[in-house]
Ligand binder design. Structure first.
Ligand code: GLU
Length: 391
């Protein structure tokens, strides 16, 4: 059992109280499908959302907006029947649409006494450490000044290879960058279903996802977006990325009445994705620098490469020797045949169990032990590898 499956169980209302109603710094992403009507930007809806953001700020919370809609507004302004498919045309449409998008937001907020700031980012800005820190400084300064940053990808200048490509990804990176408590992803579906509800009337709605992972990714892969770039898949990847960073997120319908106010007052709107109880960063830090390994696993060359070069978890087949005594959940060192430390991680099996499992195939775990609590000996998420072990 991993630490996350031991996460203290609460009911949905309890989780909403813990992760949503108390959230102070919030990133709200609004998708193109929410912001645009048949003839262009839906300024009435933008006005309503601005009113909600204003009310949320009056509760003492900080709000950063990530707004899509530049391309959608641009192609409609151009009179094109649908979103163009070439990058060149999309970029030109974004250039046409971004100004109107900002103007509509600015007017809506001005009426409520708020100032806004336009922040256009590219993936390169956040990949480069210096620019990452700069973006963070600018955003936190804007927040301190009580200004509402409105972020979009700088669509006009990015090329296919270096763009975020969708604002779900951008929004989740921004939420991590400014250490938000909550990411609210407003879209044209009312949350996550186990199939596309527009195609399948039996699709089941999921109000809560405790450990977002591959299962949700595969559910979402068949649910396209109606207008923007992402679809449900990129929304789930965003939620997963944030869960690893310890940030909760919600995917909810943006066109229903007062979505933000209702979500933040604890109403069970949309799908809530819980953060990991121990976010990766602090756990990895703890594993690398604070934890005292209780034992050692000697692994073969194949496992060494899988861990160091391929980003894989440790499976029983790669284990050649088990040294010392330890229990399930203990930190252990993984060393290669030369005795060099490859990784430190939390083991899913005790030393006694591992002596029975060393060298076996994953599918034999159950026959050897009579039970199986996981396929991996050490899951990748519970492991610090190679250079990360060095300060
Ligand atoms: N940046 C794009 C726009 O403003 C939207 C990307 C997306 O749909 O996620 O049109």
């Amino acid at each position: 059992m991993t630490s996350d499956s031991r996460k203290r169980k609460m009911d949905l209302a309890g989780y909403r109280r813990k992760y949503v109603t108390q959230a102070r710094r919030i990133v709200v992403k609004v998708g193109s499908g929410v912001l645009t009507a048949a003839d262009g930007l839906d300024s009435r809806l933008i006005g309503r959302l601005a009113g909600e953001v204003s009310a949320v700020k009056a509760q003492g919370r900080e709000v950063v907006l990530v707004s899509s809609g530049a391309i959608a507004a641009g192609f409609r302004k151009m009179g094109f029947p649908k979103r163009p498919t070439t990058v060149r045309q999309q970029q030109a449409c974004a250039a046409v649409g971004q100004a109107g998008l900002m103007m509509t937001w600015e007017k809506a907020f001005e009426r409520r006494g708020h100032k806004v700031a336009q922040v256009l980012l590219t993936a390169e800005d956040l990949a480069n450490r210096q620019r990452y820190l700069n973006s963070r400084n600018t955003l936190t300064t804007l927040i301190e000044w009580n200004i509402i940053p409105i972020i979009n990808e700088n669509d006009t200048v990015v090329v296919a290879e270096i763009k975020f490509g969708d604002n779900d990804t951008l929004g989740s990176l921004v939420a991590g960058l400014i250490e938000a408590d909550l990411f609210i992803n407003l879209t044209d579906l009312d949350g996550l279903y186990d199939a596309d509800p527009r195609q399948n009337p039996d699709a089941r709605f999921l109000p809560l996802v405790e450990n977002v992972g591959a299962r949700e990714e595969s559910m979402a892969s068949g649910i396209p977006g109606s207008l923007g770039a992402g679809g449900m898949y990129t929304k789930i990847l965003a939620a997963r990325r944030l869960a690893r960073h310890g940030v909760a997120s919600i995917i909810a319908g943006g066109s229903q009445s007062a979505p933000l106010t209702r979500i933040l007052s604890g109403e069970p709107l949309g799908t809530l994705f819980l953060p990991r109880t121990r976010p990766l960063k602090s756990r990895k830090h703890w594993l690398a620098f604070t934890a005292k390994p209780r034992g050692r696993l000697v692994v073969d060359e194949g496992a060494r490469q899988a861990l160091l070069e391929k980003g894989k978890s440790l499976l029983p087949s790669g284990v050649v020797e088990v040294v010392d005594r330890f229990s399930e959940g203990d930190p252990v060192q993984v060393v290669d045949l030369e005795g060099r430390v490859v990784a430190v991680g939390l083991t899913n099996y005790s030393s006694d169990e591992l002596r029975l499992l060393a060298g076996c195939h994953t599918r034999e775990i159950e026959t050897r032990l009579g039970y199986r609590h996981s396929d991996e000996i050490i899951h990748r998420d519970n492991m610090v590898v190679g250079d990360d072990l060095r300060a």
